[in-house]
Design a protein around this ligand. Structure first.
Ligand code: GUN
Length: 284
């Protein structure tokens, strides 16, 4: 039987400390979120972020822009937020409508306000073993979970399934920086099962239910499930066949209640950290 990695509990503890620290600030940190279009899932995520920020005493600005917004209008909005001293953190909710070039948009965000750590300046720091202003939210949340449960990383074989810019790629770099031996698998990987079977730490960030089956993991594996999928009867589930994999694992994250709460927790922590970086001469 595996020990459950309780992201709800860990994030609650981190956020309790954070809200205490925010109380002592002279001003409130401010997170600006831009959402373009009316993707229902994105709207839900943005509302969750706004609600959590308000709970913690973080100001939040939500800029809702229509699906027909031009790239130039979006770049102008980012420029305005870059120049607004009250705004410490900028998040452009992805995905963007097809007529907008995501790369150009991300590169417009001032790296010191890049709360997602998507800008190449910050990503490049991670890739060269240096510190970005803040780390990307989901990978940062996963590292914090491993630390909380005293799960060693150094020298372990970490296998990541999925190579997205949001999770897989930065996760690989961050685990490498923690001295893991890292393998990234993706849709073109041959013999996925042979590779996942050698994982001490297996992180799945694909978005495909039941991708990771019991026959694909070794006994004692630590399983981190980043997937967010729906079962046929509409329940939230991850990438891992939890029922059959859990008995073989030493630690495993549930979905929901594992990685998800840690991502939003990291976002709040990053907003606070950017505030502190930008005001380091003012605060005592
Ligand atoms: N869309 C899905 N996940 C994320 C995220 O972590 N950040 C942003 N900006 N958009 C997303």
């Amino acid at each position: 039987m595996a020990q459950l990695i309780d992201g709800k509990l860990v994030s609650k503890k981190i956020l309790e400390n954070l809200s205490d620290e925010i109380l002592f600030l002279s001003q409130k940190p401010c997170l600006a979120v831009i959402i373009v279009g009316d993707d229902p899932a994105s709207k839900i995520y943005v509302n969750l972020k706004k609600k959590k920020a308000l709970e913690l005493g973080i100001d939040s600005i939500v800029e809702e822009m229509s699906a027909s917004t031009t790239q130039e209008e979006l770049l102008n909005k980012i420029e305005q937020l870059n120049n607004d001293d009250k705004v410490n953190a900028i998040l452009v909710q992805l995905p963007l409508p097809k007529h907008i070039d995501t790369k150009i948009v991300i590169e417009k965000i001032n790296p010191i306000k890049d709360v997602d750590c998507f800008h190449p300046y910050n990503m490049g720091h991670i890739a060269t073993g240096c510190k970005p202003y803040v780390y990307p939210c989901t990978p940062k949340g996963i590292i914090r979970l491993l630390e909380y449960y005293n799960i060693p990383i150094e020298g372990k074989h970490a296998v990541i399934v999925g190579r997205s810019n949001i999770v897989g790629r930065p996760m690989a770099q961050m685990l490498l920086n923690e001295n893991a031996t890292v393998t990234i698998c993706h849709s073109k990987t041959k013999n996925l099962e042979e590779i996942t079977k050698t994982a001490d730490i297996l992180i799945s960030a694909v978005g495909q239910k039941n991708l990771i089956k019991a026959g694909m993991v070794k006994d004692g594996v630590v399983v981190i499930d980043v997937g967010m999928n729906r079962t046929d009867d509409g329940k939230l589930c991850g990438d891992v066949d939890f029922y059959n994999v859990e008995p073989k694992a030493s630690f495993i994250t549930p979905v929901p209640g594992g990685v998800g709460p840690m991502t939003i927790c990291s976002l709040m922590q990053n907003t606070f950290d950017l505030y502190k970086i930008q005001n380091k001469n003012q605060e005592i």
